[in-house]
Design a protein around this ligand. Sequence first.
Ligand SMILES: Cc1cc2nc3c(=O)[nH]c(=O)nc-3n(C[C@H](O)[C@H](O)[C@H](O)COP(=O)(O)OP(=O)(O)OC[C@H]3O[C@@H](n4cnc5c(N)ncnc54)[C@H](O)[C@@H]3O)c2cc1C
Length: 392
Amino acid sequence: MAAETLVKAGVQVDVYDAMPSVGRKFLLAGRGGLNLTHSEPAAAFRSRFGARASQVSPWLEQFDVQALRQWAHDLGTETFVGSSGRVFPKEMKAAPLLRAWLQRLRASGVKVHARHVWRGWTDDGALLLDTPQGTTVRRADAVVLALGGGSWSRLGSDGAWQSLLEDKGVVVAPLQPANCGFLADWSPYFSERFAGQPLKSVAIAPQGDFGMRRGECMVTSDGLEGGLLYAWSASLRDAVLTKGQALLHVDLLPARDYAHVLEQVTWPRGSRSWSSHLGSRLGLHGVKVGLLRECLAKEAFEHPETLAAAIKCLPVRLYGMRPLDEAISTAGGVRFESVNQDSMLLSLPGVFCAGEMLDWEAPTGGYLLTACFASGHVAGQGVLRWLGLSAG
Ligand SMILES: Cc1cc2nc3c(=O)[nH]c(=O)nc-3n(C[C@H](O)[C@H](O)[C@H](O)COP(=O)(O)OP(=O)(O)OC[C@H]3O[C@@H](n4cnc5c(N)ncnc54)[C@H](O)[C@@H]3O)c2cc1C
């Protein structure tokens, strides 16, 4: 997006990418339907960036959801708003959009150099690049680094830029998994029996947060995974990192209130097992009952109030995150105090940053790509200002 902003203004642009082709993570995002952005009101959209909302909002003011949808439209990709408010290309694919975009960029003069791994700078400030033909040196009037976070390193974003920038005085917050799976201490029985099963129609929130969110997540062999969990991944991760664990509260029956659940669990059970009693009175079956048994002491089943409270608010202890490489996105990165409002590095004038390598995060929902595109646009505008040019 920075390249596009620059070439439109008549600047000669060269794009270097470590991989044999560009946009591999974008293509991967396309496998899940390519959630490009979200249609919710701007204030709600901005709030998704949490503690970094005030840094990301100016990007979105320059390149907003409508601008992104128009950009896709101009490239021949119509978008639609799904029932959740998320915005997708009608084809639910990234490849046609990326293809059309690269064609347009190349036609307007952008040169794309694949298999060029940036390794830092020479003593006199030129870019050092490893290529299949050996190391080469390139000079530029300005540089935009858009090197991604640290997840899915096989697609190119390996986070190796951290030390190169830290050596130049740039402050980088440690890269952490965002929108990631979490680890729980499941018993072998629970793990073997229920791994791979979805917990459907539940609501969850970290301990201390009363804004339970409804949805679905997946039991894995060593924890929990999935969209509903991702929505809380920042606060769960911060609890794990600061306290060594996070307590997740799970409402197994969000459509029923506590009084109803209590009434049903108090109903005489006769000779029926707890599983069949909870199944017939409350429709609780399979993995939900399994989770209840896994996280609740056996004796608690004999106390209706405790059991009903657990069904409505079951504490599940999480003690870690799945590795960064598996995460959908990355938290941490170049701290905002190291860049100016154009995303230019204060310690490296003429070098700009864009995308996930900056220190912000957001849940899934199209917020990640939108902010990446917007920050690329902002970096491009910043370069134009740096070069003393105006946008074309
Ligand atoms: C499975 C999955 C699904 C996703 N789905 C969605 C979705 O539906 N909606 C959404 O909004 N977001 C989604 N995302 C997140 C989104 O894809 C990323 O936030 C976005 O791609 C980040 O863009 P970026 O340009 O900052 O980094 P990247 O897309 O990671 O690109 C960084 C580029 O820099 C190159 N590079 C890195 N280091 C070097 C170097 N030293 N030299 C040269 N080149 C280098 C890499 O090869 C790569 O091409 C998804 C992510 C994953 C993993």
